[in-house]
Design a protein around this ligand. Sequence first.
Ligand SMILES: Cc1cc2nc3c(=O)[nH]c(=O)nc-3n(C[C@H](O)[C@H](O)[C@H](O)COP(=O)(O)O)c2cc1C
Length: 402
Amino acid sequence: MNLRFLTAGESHGPELNIIIEGIPASLEINPEDINADLKRRQGGYGRGGRMKIEKDQVIFTGGMRLGKTIGGPLSVRIINNDYKNWDVAMSPVSQDLSNPEVVEKIQSKYVSRVRPGHADLVGALKYNHEDVRNVLERSSARETTSRVVVGAICKRLLKEFNVSVLSYVIRIGSVSIDLKSLGTNYSELFSKAEQSEVRCPDVKVSELMKEEITKARTLGDTLGGLIHIVASNVPPGLGSYTQWDKRLNGRIAGALMSVHTVKSVEVGLGKMVSEFFGSQVHDQIYIDEKWNNDRLRYKRKTNNAGGIEGGMSNGQPIVCTVATKPIPTLIKPLDSVDIKSKTNTQAHFERSDICVVPAAGVVLEAMLAYVLSNTFLEKFGSDSIEELTDNYNHYMKRCFAR
Ligand SMILES: Cc1cc2nc3c(=O)[nH]c(=O)nc-3n(C[C@H](O)[C@H](O)[C@H](O)COP(=O)(O)O)c2cc1C
């Protein structure tokens, strides 16, 4: 593993902290590029009040000098604006419990009515917490803000090699785009999706999706969906068939599955491969007659494999379809239990989103960019951008000549 990252911080704590190790020296990073992705994660029709309070911005505190990486770990902070409303209840240091006002502030944030679908119940059992606040603060998807920072830095690295990672929404609840007419012009689909409040490339379907979300809100309910995550211009040979844990599909699936609400990850045709003959599934190969040394000589008639064969990228776009569940905090709460009074009751409700599918796409882009950057650095070296570029160019020239 050449690249790794750790995140810390609670949803309503003072700040989020991120350490990323392994980004090569001399990569120019403009904080505004990262803030732009953070803004994308905060958006989307169906978000709750919290995102109106926050304006996520990165503060670099290590690993950078004069706008460029210098090879050491990058350290990044993001301030939680909402902390000012939680400074007593979420204080990292002890508070004066003889002061009734302090006690009242802490008690007002106490949670014992666990939410089905969240980490609440199992987290309280596992970490032996009475106050479920101790679970939900870290299990909250506020943590995905930090992942978007890592992903934006990785996207910046991949951009040096013209690799792009993007996403768009294809389903929210029962409303789906017609996949047959979607096509594979991914950059166009992405630009259209970026104009849509639900990040869907079809204007009419976007409106129907918004109506579906409004309906869910009226019913006190929530919605999940389906997202395409695509990486284009990926060089052949990232990942490997030589060990189980080097296989690119496994690494990508693990990273995407680690995102809150994700319940399935498919690559290429995904589970549909089970329905067809082999002759209909595998992507036949032919010689590109127009080849003139500037690209791979071998082309494919289709991309059912979703850009991965034998645990390696094959040079075709990597296409993943990810399903996310409806978020678990419901305005009209589900039946649950109070773990303090040991009674049947209804789940806790606290200010919440209705649908996070558009935002989840941005987080999934981040995780795909991270895995691709990691495998890229494994293949081509990770000390400096100059060395990485030389190694990449040399390898690609050799592949083109084959
Ligand atoms: C960007 C994003 C925002 C989310 N916001 C909320 C929210 O406001 N309320 C909520 O109950 N769940 C929200 N979730 C989902 C929960 O964090 C998640 O379902 C929960 O932590 C349980 O984890 P699991 O879905 O992986 O089982 C969000 C997820 C993402 C990706």
